[in-house]
Design a protein around this ligand. Sequence first.
Ligand code: NAD
Length: 432
Amino acid sequence: MNICMIGAGYVGLVTGACLAESGNEVICVDIDAKKISLLKRGEVPIYEPGLETLIKRNVKEKRLTFTTDLAKGVKNSLIIFIAVGTPPKQDGSSNLDHVFEAAGGIGREINGYKIVVTKSTVPVGTSEKVKKIIAQETNHPFGIASNPEFLKEGAAIEDFMKPDRIVLGVEDSMVEELMKELYATFVRTGNPILTMGIRSSEITKYASNAMLATRISFMNELANLCEAVGADINAVRAGVGSDPRIGSSFLFPGVGYGGSCFPKDVQAMIETAKEHDHVLRILTAVEDVNQKQRELLAGKVIRRFKRNLKNKTIAVWGLSFKPNTDDMREAPSVVIINSLLKQGAKIKVYDPVSVHNARKEFGNKISYGKDNYAILKDADALVVITEWNEFRRPNFEKMLKLMKSPIIFDGRNIYAPHKLKEMGFEYYGIGC
Ligand SMILES: NC(=O)c1ccc[n+]([C@@H]2O[C@H](COP(=O)([O-])OP(=O)(O)OC[C@H]3O[C@@H](n4cnc5c(N)ncnc54)[C@H](O)[C@@H]3O)[C@@H](O)[C@H]2O)c1
């Protein structure tokens, strides 16, 4: 099939590349001319494992192309995905300007029957607005669908190629049939394509992220209780997660959730409910707990050094909001580093792939190391923020020799506290 992907970001690029990999002809359209010219030169603007290989192969085979020309994308395609950003507004509600701009553009360029699919995460009712905007611009027939994306950055290709489920909001059978045909190759093992009404599909995406965020905030709150009463959240987590009704995923306490989805989607859901005179009490608490949790680790450092961080060097391992991505949108690292900087600390950071984004955020307010050991030299403490694999089993002997004082603040509970203490480290985890 001929596909147009509007928005060549984390979702658009992965979706576009994966759809091309399965034989479709995909044209990715983005308004960011710099991004498109990078892609045309064969460079991939984001870090996502496996993406570069996939893009290169499909570009070479001429199934994947990039352009800033929306008309070209729309005119040559049957299925048009809208995968542009939906960032939060000041009040937390979703900014849909990009989605509506894309819809207007589609309406102006449409030249025959098309299916317009909203893949961006959008508040309930948005796809209906997209339909209206397109209809105002054209008399050509078109169908619409809502097809929220559930990929996880860091494992996005695997998630897209082997989805747990595909959610499809549709209002007519022709769209349903064509969309099912498009996705058939990805669900050969029997995972479901769940068709439903468009509004339900839009809500399903928010409900999934909200549920996951709730688990995280619940465990963070529980971790803080464990710490107060002398219990160990790691043991509690194992005990709770062994119940199959609960399951062990997403039960890890830490420095609060971040990234481009959970914070904005939780806030947007709260705002959507407000617009319908409804209060989502649980999600309001989830958000509140998360705000506090993001401050927690910096607070531990500040208290340990008796609020005197002037002349103290703090090394930071991990900047991205989670491992295997360079995405620093809403990353807890930003909150933590800013708190420490405010107290006068000197910050040295290392992250395997996110330094280019950290430079945009912090410039020369902090220094950047070539590897994780280099920044430990003469450090007064180490703060572990992102649990990259390479941080899980470091050479502790080497760390002891390098650090001025062997103090570790483990924001992800990746180390065994008693082992570190035996080796001579002062250890602070989350809830243990
Ligand atoms: N990142 C994720 O893990 C993830 C997962 C699931 C769903 N989502 C949702 O998918 C959507 C996209 O997220 P993302 O992380 O890929 O965003 P992103 O910021 O990485 O990419 C969005 C892209 O859209 C482009 N764009 C904006 N307006 C445009 C227009 N009018 N025409 C063409 N291009 C335009 C931007 O230049 C940018 O390249 C959001 O709604 C997000 O909530 C994201």
